[in-house]
Design a protein around this ligand. Structure first.
Ligand code: UGA
Length: 439
């Protein structure tokens, strides 16, 4: 099938590459000429494991091309809208200007029978509004809402082998013409019995925001337990292991630490609250305010804990921060808890050096005032306290004896609770986790 993908960010680029891998003839379209230039050369504009290799291997097939020219979308059967929906400046609501612009510019190139597929995360009600516009401008084209559930760092696997497909179509009609087109797009996964649900537009939109809200709630729940564990002298990691054995609870997404960040969970729960308010259902989501507050409190807690750990003052304290990305296997620093903590420490007078295997270029753009050091040993040299804030594998595997020779004081704060506390303590370190006993 010929497919156009509008928006070549984290979502669109991976989707374009995966659709081409499945055998479709794909064009990726974006307004950013630099991005398109890089992609045309087979290079992703961000780090995602396996993506550069996939783009390079697809170049030889001729099935994947990139352009800034939206008119090339003409002739495609399915048109995926994959543009970003960031948080509005100074407000909780989502900014839909990229979705509206992409949709408006696509309209004139649509033919009868074409399917426009919305993948961007949008407030409930957006699809119905776009469908009304489509009905006026090209009544014989269709709109499907097909939310995306990929995780950065696992994006290719999640796109090729998702847990489920959700198609939102008018009235949730299984026999809608667009359903057959979507089944053809995803034929390879559907053949593997991937569950596929057809719903109405509003349900499809809500599936996405509800899923991210649930994940955010799970993380904030365990972080709230970490606060209680700290007060009671208990260990939140053992608590999570024990409650996670109950299948109804499950151990996934119960890792207490410095909280969630990134381009999705924080802004999605805020946009969801804003939309519920517009719908008169704000009371239903007031708990998400608490989820957000618990999450933001984690960052302050790490700053306070560092101060307390190092004798009561941050002034002039040499701090080595391991990690800048919002999570490992990503160079994404949007709303990164690690950078937010590093910046706070620096503001309060500490001498902070941050390292990360992939995210320093992006970190420099967002926080030009931070001292960024690509070399891990150089970052650790003479540190008076080490903060592990993004759990890259190479930081999990650090040898406390070797690191002990580089630093000037053996203090480590494990912001992700991933280190073996006994091993570090035995090697002579003062170790602090979050929600774990001091000794
Ligand atoms: C999230 C969802 O997991 C995806 O299903 C969804 O498709 C995506 O948002 C999206 O809306 O596009 P992502 O933002 O890539 O994916 O990252 P997650 O793996 O969900 O991690 C989010 C944050 O939570 C990270 O900062 C991570 O460190 C933190 N986290 C995760 C914890 O603090 N504890 C945990 O137990 C798990």
């Amino acid at each position: 099938m010929r497919i156009s993908i509008i928006g070549c960010g984290y979502l669109g680029t991976v989707h374009a590459a995966c659709m081409a891998k499945l055998g479709h003839d794909v064009v990726g379209i974006d307004v950013d000429a630099d991005k398109i230039d890089r992609l045309s050369k087979g290079r992703a504009p961000f780090f995602e494991p396996g993506l550069d290799e996939l783009l390079t291997s697809l170049q030889a097939t001729g099935r994947l091309s990139f352009t800034t020219d939206i008119s090339i979308a003409a002739g495609s059967t399915a048109h995926f809208i994959c543009v970003g929906t960031p948080q509005k400046r100074g407000e909780n609501a989502a900014d839909l200007r990229h979705v509206d612009a992409a949709f408006a510019s696509l309209l004139q190139y649509l033919d009868a029978g074409d399917v426009v597929v919305g993948k961007s995360t949008v407030p409930v009600g957006t699809a119905a509004g776009l469908a009304d516009i489509l009905a006026e401008r090209q009544p014989e084209a269709h709109l499907v809402w097909n939310p995306e559930f990929l995780r950065e760092g696992h994006a290719i696997e999640d796109t090729l082998h998702p847990d489920r497909f959700v198609y939102g179509v008018p009235g949730g009609d299984e026999d809608h013409r667009a359903v057959a087109v979507m089944d053809e797009v995803y034929a390879a996964s559907i053949a593997l019995d991937t569950p596929r649900m057809v719903t109405d537009y509003a349900t499809a939109e809500l599936v996405k925001t509800a899923a991210n809200s649930f994940l955010a709630t799970k993380i904030s729940f365990i972080n709230a337990m970490a606060e209680v564990c700290e007060a009671a002298g208990a260990d939140v990691t053992r608590l999570a292991d024990a409650i996670g054995l109950d299948e109804r609870i499950g151990r996934h997404f119960l890792n207490a630490g410095i909280g969630f960040g990134g381009g999705c969970l924080p802004k999605d729960i805020r946009a969801f609250m804003a939309r519920a308010g517009e719908l008169g259902a704000d009371q239903a989501l007031t708990f998400l305010r608490e989820v957000d507050a618990i999450n933001m409190r984690r960052r302050t807690r790490v700053v306070e804990l560092t101060r307390e750990f190092c004798g009561g003052t941050l002034l002039g304290l040499r701090v080595a921060v391991l990690g800048a990305a919002f999570k490992p296997e990503s160079d994404d620093v949007r709303d990164s808890p690690a950078l937010s903590v590093a910046a706070q420490l620096q503001l309060q007078g500490a001498d902070v050096t941050v390292t990360d295997p992939r995210a320093l270029t992006n970190a420099a753009r967002r926080f030009p005032e931070l001292n960024l050091e690509p070399d891990l040993d150089a970052c650790l040299a003479n540190a008076e306290v080490v903060l592990l804030l993004t759990e890259w594998e190479e930081y999990r595997q650090l040898d406390p004896h070797l690191v002990g020779r580089l630093v000037s004081a053996k203090r480590i704060l494990d912001g992700r609770n991933v280190l073996d506390a006994d091993k570090w303590r035995t090697a002579g370190w003062a170790y602090r986790g979050l929600g774990r006993p001091n000794a």
